[in-house]
Design a protein around this ligand. Structure first.
Ligand SMILES: [Zn+2]
Length: 125
């Protein structure tokens, strides 16, 4: 069940899309612009292409959260660890069920990669 994002050409699982729209709205209020997305749902074929193009930078095909429609790769500043946008995301994304997985801080270092966990938002209320 994929749903398109406001960012043209990208989609995620329906519940992840709904959560991302809310996160995007909070981000827009803070920074005055939409979140910038470079990657969201990837089909198995697309995942394979990334995997072979950039070994070590994409999960083994079939094992990525991109393939489940539960991960995004972001730009617009978030891709730089320590930027205002990145720090804002660390502080605020969990309210919307989005988080930066611990592996992405180091192995491999992927500040742009964020994932959705439907249990996360409800735990914080
Ligand atoms: Zn990613």
């Amino acid at each position: 069940m994929l749903c398109p994002l406001q960012q043209k050409g990208f989609s995620l699982r329906a519940d992840a899309t709904i959560a991302f729209v809310s996160l995007n709205e909070a981000y827009r209020q803070r920074f005055g612009r939409q979140m910038c997305v470079t990657d969201a749902y990837r089909s198995l074929a697309e995942q394979q292409a990334v995997y072979y193009r950039r070994p070590g930078f994409a999960a083994v095909p079939g094992r990525s959260n991109h393939g489940l429609g539960l991960a995004v790769d972001l730009c617009g500043g978030v891709e730089r660890s320590g930027s205002v946008e990145f720090v804002w995301m660390e502080k605020n994304s969990k309210k919307f069920g989005w988080f930066h997985p611990s592996w992405a801080y180091s192995s491999p270092f992927e500040p742009w990669h964020w994932e959705y966990d439907p249990k996360l938002g409800s735990l914080l209320d």
